[in-house]
Write a protein that binds this ligand. Structure first.
Ligand code: PCD
Length: 796
């Protein structure tokens, strides 16, 4: 392991950057990954293990008339075929979702989206299972589907959720935040009002590894071991106990290495439950792994918000108020992952980074005949949608007022002395210092020079666009008194043991999917105790070995679990002081800490290192009253607030006037995630998120035809960016620590996905300004850009 202690101050950060625990060290998990020795779900092979496949509905909306499994059962190698009727008998046909709705595990009455689970085949091998799917005879009676969310509430629209007693429409919820009357009053007297419908289309997290599970039910002890691609092993265990009626202490969830989560692996999908049922029914371990199309068509989508947004401002560009009305397409079951009290997630952070007089938002959720989900794909619960809305609107305002979009933003920023800042919809931003971040990104970009270049090019008819965005994220959910998921408070645990020789193991309730937790969480302990990171083992992803906690999503691991780890290390340090005092025959209050050791005040030559203290604790030293013989501790951390990282992004695009093709020429990203642990990992997180953002802005969309056929069900149609489509990222940072986090860190994992789509679209629209284009909806594909140039913008 290369350790370069990155303690040198960073001029751009005003000298404040002091990365934690040796800073930019290489990732401890990478030797295993780059040698192909990772252990993913499909690598798990248990003795006698069976394989499975799911029959999926070919249509979006249909009554299930009959289903005949005789031919499939007779197929060689097939061990069991399970239908919805079988599940009804087991009371497992419907499972609770993360949003207090239910979802069909297998269809019993009606198909509600194309790709829905209809039957489950268990066989000796994968091929037999797949082949048998074609031998299941199903008769459907096709019904008219609801595909356009705008028509979901029309009188006479087909009712999708006939399973809900008394349901006569497709309405799920209405939710609002802010003060409507106050906001309307500000709008009524404003000099300038701009308004725009902005669509954030349906996209998919599309992680490299699809979802999968291996279920191993042991009938004698009644013990279930479930290997699963999950971002939240403990929450899944509790839900499985509730759904399957297996006592919680007899369930072990193991989440091994995960090939990307991005929110896709938060929910509980029918496939996981079916693997368990398959194992119970056959008495053998059962593996289920979905293919790419199954992943894109049936597991959680993200976004799908139709937003009508408005800004009220003065003539000189002071933003006064924001209001929006949103139609949220939740698909056939409301399975959105978010804290219970927030049906639209944290969308009400849509006031962004600006100091406003008033704000109001209303969100209406509807059912359609599409896959359920609405996951926080690389976004803390709808913050992506919120940031996209406000950052597009601010750009539209800048155009209207003929102001520079960066200067307009700077003029309206919440000022450093206003933090902690209470916004108009109930959030308290912990800390921020926005203008330096914006100015730094402008400096890296050479902003004025770019504008000059653009002017010249415009005169020559070339299409160059410069897009600015500024975002505030809302991560680290969340205080237990406000936030829970299906009744489980959003806290996280950490356990730390220092072994007699001074090596340590820290056990986490969160679950890495590639973010590098094995490295960064060891770094936090290293910072607090002075044990080198390579001597600290990080254990996660196994409910039998780790403390309870809600898991990894919404960039909450560092804000919540990272805090737990810092505090558990401090607990150990405090205990070590008593033991060191006993060893040195002095009083604890006469000792002073320096990284890695307690020493006698005034005589640094007399002291004990953590390793010596640990040996003392486990050895023969006489321990003080009330101190037991170990250096272990545990903590459950309930965050007092979320953390609010932020960033300033600038994107430069060139558009080919002949084809409408958008090339992202440059992208400058300045991020502030408070105290940084590992700058290299942070850069990796930012690079990944920016790539995601370019993908959504330019090419990714899950679309449907009018019959409800999914048109984005493979990587032939659902395009994701490669190295060819992205530029060399130019990153910078500022450091504004979180005042309430023990080490001042904020999350960063999703920041770039949140901040980059508006920067790219703002750049595209800026390039198209000569054509009078004020807005265009994502993805800005060549076809759509070309149509916009002809004055014919196409709705998604
Ligand atoms: N960090 C540092 N410093 C600071 C912060 C942070 O260093 N200040 C680092 C840490 O430690 C880690 C990372 O960085 O390692 C991240 O973090 P965060 O922010 O805390 O986050 P998390 O929790 O850990 O994670 C999560 C995220 C999310 S959420 C998502 S989407 C994505 C991201 O993460 N995903 C992923 N990133 C990533 N990466 C990878 N590789 N893979 C993946 O999958 Mo969601 O809600 O789920 O949608």
């Amino acid at each position: 392991m290369t350790i370069t202690d990155e303690r040198a101050s960073n001029p751009a950060a005003g000298g404040a950057d002091r990365p934690i625990g040796y800073g930019r060290i290489q990732r401890k998990e990478d030797p295993r990954f780059i040698r192909g020795k990772g252990n993913y779900i499909d690598d798990i092979v248990l003795p006698g293990m069976l394989h499975s496949a799911i029959l999926r509905a070919p249509v979006a909306h249909a009554t299930l008339v009959s289903i005949d499994t005789t031919r499939a059962l007779a197929h060689p190698g097939v061990v069991a075929v399970i239908t919805g009727k079988d599940l009804l008998g087991l009371k497992l046909a419907w499972a609770p979702t993360l949003s207090a709705d239910v979802q069909a595990v297998l269809v019993t009455d009606k198909v509600r989206f194309q790709g829905q689970e209809v039957a489950f085949v268990v066989a000796n091998d994968r091929y037999a299972a797949r082949d048998a799917l074609e031998l299941i005879d199903v008769e459907y009676d096709v019904l008219p589907p609801v595909i356009d969310a705008r028509k979901a509430l029309d009188p006479g629209a087909p009712v999708i959720r006939t399973d809900i007693e008394g349901k006569t429409d497709n309405h799920i919820f209405d939710w609002e935040a802010g003060d409507a009357a106050e906001t309307d009053a500000v709008f009524a007297s404003a000099d300038v009002v701009i308004s725009q419908e902005i669509v954030y289309p349906r996209v998919h997290p599309a992680p490299m590894e699809t979802c999968g599970a291996v279920a191993d039910y042991e009938p004698i002890e009644g013990h279930l071991t479930l290997y699963e691609t999950t971002q939240a092993p403990h929450a899944h265990r509790t839900l499985f106990a509730i759904v399957a009626g297996i006592p919680e202490h007899k369930i072990r969830i193991v989440s091994p290495d995960i090939g990307g989560g991005f929110g896709n692996k938060v929910g509980i999908y029918p496939g996981y439950i079916l693997a368990v049922v398959g194992s119970i029914v056959t008495g053998k371990p059962v593996k289920w792994v979905e293919d790419r199309s199954e992943n894109l068509m049936s597991t959680s989508f993200a976004r799908d918000y139709i937003m009508q947004g408005e800004i009220a401002a003065t003539k000189d560009g002071t933003i006064l108020a924001l209001r929006t009305n949103v139609l949220a397409d939740h698909g056939a079951f409301n399975a959105t992952a978010q804290p219970t009290k927030y049906p639209a997630g944290f969308f009400h952070i849509f006031t962004g980074s600006y100091d406003l007089k008033a704000a109001h938002c209303k969100v209406t959720g509807v059912y359609t005949n599409k896959a359920p989900g609405g996951v926080a794909y690389a976004c803390s619960f709808r913050v992506t949608e919120a940031v996209y809305l406000v950052e597009r609107l601010v750009d539209i305002l800048a155009r209207k007022l003929e102001m520079d979009p960066a200067e307009l933003r700077i003029k309206n920023f919440i000022q450093p002395e206003q933090f902690p800042y209470k916004n108009k919809t109930g959030w308290e931003y912990d800390s921020g210092n926005y203008e330096p971040a914006m100015r730094l990104s402008m400096q890296i970009a050479g902003y004025e020079e770019l504008r000059r270049e653009q002017k010249e090019k415009r005169e020559r008819g070339e299409l160059m666009g410069i897009g600015v965005s500024f975002f505030t994220e809302t991560v680290g959910a969340g205080p237990r008194k406000h936030m829970d998921i299906v009744g489980l408070g959003m806290a996280d645990g950490a356990e730390l043991r220092v072994h007699p020789t001074g090596k340590a193991v820290v056990r986490l309730s969160v679950q890495s999917q590639g973010q590098g937790h094995e490295t960064t969480f060891a770094q936090i302990v290293a910072e607090e105790l002075g044990i080198p990171p390579e001597d600290i083992d990080v254990v996660h992803g196994d409910t039998d070995q780790t403390p309870f906690g809600l898991g990894t999503y919404g960039s909450r691991s560092t804000p919540v679990s990272g805090a737990a780890v810092a505090l558990v290390a401090r607990k150990v340090r405090d205990k070590a002081r008593f033991i060191a005092a006993a060893m040195l025959e002095t009083r604890p209050e006469d000792l002073e800490w320096e990284k890695g050791r307690w020493f006698v005040k005034g005589d640094p030559s007399i002291g004990k290192t953590i390793a010596e203290i640990s040996m003392g604790a486990h050895g023969t030293v006489e321990l003080p009253e009330g101190i037991d013989g170990n250096l272990d501790a545990e903590v459950t951390y309930d965050p007092p607030n979320l953390t609010f990282p932020f960033g300033a992004y600038i994107c430069v695009v060139d558009i080919d006037p002949g084809t409408g093709h958008v090339k992202v020429r440059r992208f400058i990203a300045v991020d502030d995630c408070g105290t940084r642990i590992n700058p290299m990992i942070i850069e990796g997180q930012v690079h990944g998120g920016l790539t995601d953002g370019v993908g959504m802005a330019l090419m990714e969309i899950i679309q449907f035809d009018e019959d409800g056929n999914n048109l984005g069900g493979s990587f032939m149609d659902y395009l994701i960016p490669t190295a060819m489509e992205v530029p060399n990222w130019e990153t910078g940072f500022t450091v504004t620590p979180s005042p309430h986090h023990p080490i001042g860190a904020k999350g960063v994992g999703e920041s770039a996905t949140v901040g980059s789509p508006p920067a790219v679209v703002n750049a595209v629209v800026d390039a198209l300004a000569p054509f009078g284009v004020v807005h265009m909806d994502m993805p800005c594909t060549p076809g759509r850009v070309w149509e916009a140039m002809q004055g014919r913008p196409r709705p998604p």
